[in-house]
Ligand binder design. Structure first.
Ligand code: PEP
Ligand code: CO
Length: 457
């Protein structure tokens, strides 16, 4: 694994101009908040980040698949055990569909327990003729559309830390304490999902899984003692945008002496902050967590290869996940040269597809939305490009929720434009609801069956 460069320290990013940071009004309050974060226990352990890296190395080698998904922006207000459980349920359902359908291990990574900051294309927005600062996430300020609510408050970073702690605690309990036990595969189907076509399809799949388990038991395999059937790993991730927060939670691992950003298992650098010579690349070059980088349509081949060199100089499998978000209409044209260049530079990266962020549009009535069909079409384009370039289509990166929201259009129980206002609850980008997510998982499993076979042949 990369040796931390001698000039690097958790604060060396401060020498560079960091994009997309809040203008904290009170430097003393900022310092106090960062000092408090530095005194807090880590959220995750270095050993866990290494385990995730090893799992992602399996993905990079074409032997596993990455499912990274969750909220666009977590909320300080919508924070409950039920909401966390429902998100986990849909993650487990999707993973069951993919694991069973494609016969591959699925590495599950949530956009959860720390996804509280948002980059913005424009620093301001107009609300009823008044210009106010854009919403940058609950770890920065409140989302209410007033100038006062949008004043950055660094104490919110400490609140974000505490909410992440509670979220992660519950996730660990659910995933290790019986809820994620494969024998409970039927119970993950929520009522509003179960009555839909994909919910019924899921019921049939769950029954097949149960039958397979009974078959194994009848063959004399002691299912009780097989830990993998009773517990799962769900790792945490968020965009490593707010560098004051990330620095505050960076610790040196006592075992290896390496630095880890202990705010999450995996961190990614967003489309707007991925300058290879920028502050974010500087900060993340020195921590040993697995990293993601979003790759949008403006990314050049040279930039992407530079980022690989900057963040993965030792070419460590699983260190880097490149998350392409090119748009359904451009993925065919833009992805192949990037796949080729990274392969030629010999970086064993995971290539994942974010079919959400390149496909946003506004309806006539003003809702920011995405269409299920277009989302699927970018995933198909991603698989086709990977197949043509003989690169493993390693995963997907999605925005979803376990709730019955109406934020994205389409799906088998179609959400239409006139439905959007019914339950449009997101703090930021439109999310797939649980039915649409399950629908997507079935489509994806079919694609993987074909793609996998074509690649192996
Ligand atoms: C996001 O993942 O919510 C996001 C802002 O993505 P991107 O950086 O790709 O625009
Ligand atoms: Co988003």
């Amino acid at each position: 694994m990369a040796v931390t460069p001698p000039t690097w320290s958790p604060s060396s990013w401060r020498e560079l101009a960091a994009l997309q940071q809040p203008q904290w009004p009170d430097p003393a309050a900022l310092e106090q908040a960062v000092e408090r974060l530095k005194a807090m226990p880590p959220l995750v352990f270095a050993g866990e980040a290494r385990q995730l890296r090893a799992s992602l190395a399996e993905v990079a080698a074409g032997r596993a698949f990455l499912l990274q998904a969750g909220d666009c922006a977590e909320s300080f207000r919508e924070f409950s055990a039920v909401a966390i459980r429902e998100k986990l349920k849909i993650m487990l359902q999707m993973a069951a569909v993919l694991t069973y359908g494609a016969a591959l291990p699925v590495v599950k990574v949530g956009r959860i327990a720390g996804q509280f900051t948002k980059p913005r294309t424009s620093p301001t927005e107009d609300v009823d003729g008044v210009t106010i600062p854009s919403f940058r996430g609950h770890m920065v300020h409140d989302d209410l559309p007033t100038a006062e609510a949008r004043i950055p408050d660094p104490a919110r970073m400490v609140q974000g830390y505490h909410q992440s702690t509670a979220t992660l605690n519950l996730l660990r309990a659910f995933t290790k304490g019986g809820f994620a036990d494969i024998t409970r595969v039927h119970e993950w189907n929520q009522e509003f999902v179960a009555s839909s076509p994909e919910g019924r399809r899921y019921e049939r799949l769950a029954t097949q899984i149960e039958r397979a388990l009974r078959f194994m038991a009848a063959c004399g395999i002691d299912l009780e003692t097989e830990q993998q059937l009773h517990q799962v790993d769900v790792w945490t991730s968020h965009e490593g945008l707010l560098l004051d927060y990330e620095e505050g939670l960076t610790r040196r691992d006592s075992l290896t002496g390496d630095w880890y950003d202990c705010s999450a298992h995996m961190l990614w650098i967003g489309e707007r902050t991925r300058d290879p010579n920028g502050a974010h690349a500087e900060f993340f070059s020195g921590v040993h967590n697995p990293l993601g980088v979003k790759v949008g349509p403006a990314a050049t081949v040279d930039e992407v290869v530079d980022l690989c060199e900057r963040l993965d100089p030792e070419r460590t499998p699983g260190r880097l996940t490149l998350i392409a978000r090119l748009g359904a209409d451009r993925v065919h044209e833009l992805l192949p040269p990037l796949l080729r260049a990274v392969r030629e530079a010999e970086h064993a990266v995971v290539w994942a597809c974010d079919p959400m962020h390149g496909n946003v549009f506004r309806t006539a009535s003003g809702f920011k939305t995405r269409s299920f069909g277009v989302i699927m079409s970018e995933i198909e384009g991603f698989f086709a490009a990977c197949h043509d370039e003989d690169v493993w289509p390693g995963g997907v990166h999605l925005e979803f929720t376990g709730e019955d929201v109406t934020e994205c259009l389409g799906g088998s129980e179609e959400v239409l434009e006139e439905h959007l206002s019914a339950r449009y609850d997101t703090l930021c980008d439109p999310r797939l609801n649980a039915r649409q997510s399950l629908d997507l998982a079935f489509h994806l499993a079919e694609l993987m069956q074909n793609g996998g076979r074509a690649l192996a042949g």
